[in-house]
Design a binder for this molecule. Structure first.
Ligand SMILES: [Zn+2]
Length: 269
């Protein structure tokens, strides 16, 4: 994982680039690439990668794969573009590619199977697309009601994918949340705000979801695709072992039709 110090270095670079290429609430990635003299191509590369940055002894070339849903002006395409820009703007990545210390690689969106270079480029991408100040001021101050709508509004405003937006919100958002991403009734991944109670989970990544959760019921019972805000027991998800468990916990699910995953958003008022 990336150290806090390293995160600061990367977010500083990303925030600087974002401030230079600010265009109606969004970071203009194309303008940033053009300014740096980078060549970029949105093209059909079948299933081989989402994005790739190549150096040919003179110039950098960013290849973006339309075949994996990374079209120009799509949220996924934006993230892929921003990720490849990360490999260019992060000194160690760019210099590594130029000197041959780093090899060009296929960047893929799959979670859970990434090396540190990929984590760093992902983190750069999220800071570039969702700079902290703009992100927080758009989410509204503390006290503002939180729900899935908060995330979808942010995702639309910053043209960033739901997954990237949830992860960013867990890191710097204006409300403490836990988000669990699942597929086929298996927990794939989670993100949690710093201020959320640090209770042990009733699931492990790679294993079955707790059955008494909204997402768990979606996978195991017919006709239980709930999209509204549900009140749930903290003990359905956690071993809630202090008095904060007496508060009402909410769960609301986002169902990705195109990629087959479910995001469970969990929060307190
Ligand atoms: Zn990469």
């Amino acid at each position: 994982m990336i150290t806090p110090h390293r995160k600061k270095t990367i977010s500083d670079i990303a925030h600087y680039v974002a401030s230079q290429f600010y265009q109606s609430n969004k970071t203009d990635l194309i303008a940033a690439a053009k300014f740096e003299g980078l060549n970029f191509y949105h093209d059909h590369y079948e299933d081989s990668f989402d994005g790739m940055l190549l150096y040919d002894d003179k110039d950098f070339h960013i290849h973006i794969n339309i075949d994996r849903g990374n079209g120009l002006e799509t949220k996924r395409g934006n993230f892929t573009f921003a990720h490849e820009l990360g490999h260019y703007f992060i000194d160690e990545h760019r210099i590594g590619l130029m000197t041959g210390v780093l090899k060009s690689h296929a960047s893929l969106h799959e979670v859970n199977q990434k090396n540190i270079i990929e984590f760093e480029a992902d983190y750069f991408a999220s800071c570039l697309l969702m700079p902290e100040q703009r992100f927080r001021s758009f989410s509204g101050g503390r006290g503002k009601k939180f729900s899935l709508e908060t995330i979808t509004n942010l995702s639309d405003a910053f043209q960033s994918s739901m997954l990237a937006t949830v992860l960013r919100f867990a890191e710097i958002g204006t409300h403490e949340i836990t988000a669990v991403i699942s597929e086929n009734n298996t927990a794939k991944w989670f993100a949690q705000s710093r201020d959320f109670p640090k209770w042990a989970f009733r699931f492990k990544v790679g294993q079955q979801l707790p059955s008494a959760t909204v997402a768990g019921e979606f996978f195991t019972k017919t006709n239980s695709k709930y999209t509204t805000i549900e009140d749930v027991e903290p003990n359905n998800w956690f071993y809630a072992n202090d008095n904060r468990a007496n508060r009402t916990m909410h769960e609301q699910c986002y169902y990705s039709n195109s990629y087959g995953y479910v995001i469970s958003l969990i929060w307190f008022d």
